[in-house]
Design a protein around this ligand. Structure first.
Ligand code: IDP
Ligand code: MG
Length: 149
């Protein structure tokens, strides 16, 4: 089983879309291993988005992501990283496939509602940045045999 980090950005919280978006991951079969609401500092945002330092959209991105509370999650399941990103849709909501979160609820890149780790190393880094070991809850679900082969 693979784990990924997902964040519902401030626009998701402000627009009342937390339940709708979390439900899409849950319905797909991904298991919530950790979940919390945080209002992150600029310093923390710089750590999370360190790979984007120096890009033209960086300052706007930091402003956006620190503009209000976010909901951070760790999701677990087969191919969790790719599956979560597929559920989210392309970075640019205007180009995201219909049925994805970004296509169904967003219009612009700087208000694209959700973040998801883009690979195994990023997932390990982001889960460790956002959550302590004791916050990752280890439990089984009785439906797992109906979700995973
Ligand atoms: P991702 O979130 O789909 O992985 P990244 O390329 O990692 O996309 O970019 C991180 C975030 O930065 C995006 O989700 C988006 O909110 C923002 N972003 C990326 N490119 C642009 C841009 O060209 N204009 C405005 N915001 C951008
Ligand atoms: Mg990214």
């Amino acid at each position: 089983m693979e784990r990924t980090f997902v964040m519902l950005k401030p626009d998701a919280v402000q627009r009342g879309l937390v339940g709708e978006i979390v439900q899409r991951f849950e319905r797909r079969g991904l298991k919530i291993v950790a979940m919390k609401m945080v209002h992150i500092s600029a310093e923390f945002a710089h750590k999370h988005y360190a790979v984007h330092v120096g890009k033209p959209f960086f300052e706007g991105l930091i402003q956006y992501i620190t503009s209000g509370p976010v909901v951070a999650l760790v999701l677990e399941g087969a191919n969790a990283i790719d599956v979560a990103r597929a559920t989210m849709g392309a970075t640019n909501p205007a180009k995201a496939a219909p049925g994805t979160v970004r296509a169904d609820f967003a219009l612009e890149m700087g208000r694209n509602l959700v973040h998801g780790s883009d690979g195994p190393e990023t997932a390990v880094f982001e889960i460790g940045l956002w959550f302590g070991e004791q916050e990752l809850v280890d439990y089984g679900r009785s439906v797992d045999a109906w979700v995973f082969e």
